[in-house]
Design a protein around this ligand. Structure first.
Ligand code: ZN
Length: 70
């Protein structure tokens, strides 16, 4: 039996942080908080997140990005 395991990186919308959503400084559209997470994966399918690598706000309209420094 061959197991292919490893890690992968995925950008996921942080739905728990709706209160922290803010408006884009350029187009006034709503910005969403995005987390870049490292996932443990098996057979190239991400199973669960190991750690949060990065977080940023992304405008859904013009893709303007604000990095959040931890
Ligand atoms: Zn924008």
């Amino acid at each position: 039996m061959l197991f292919i395991i490893g890690t992968s990186v995925k950008n996921v919308k942080n739905t728990l942080a709706n209160k922290k959503d803010k408006s884009c400084p350029f187009c006034s559209e709503k910005m969403h908080l995005i987390d870049t997470k490292q996932y443990f994966s098996a057979f190239f399918i991400p199973l669960f997140s190991i750690k949060n690598i990065d977080s940023y706000y992304l405008c859904s309209n013009c893709n303007y990005r604000i990095n959040i420094t931890n």
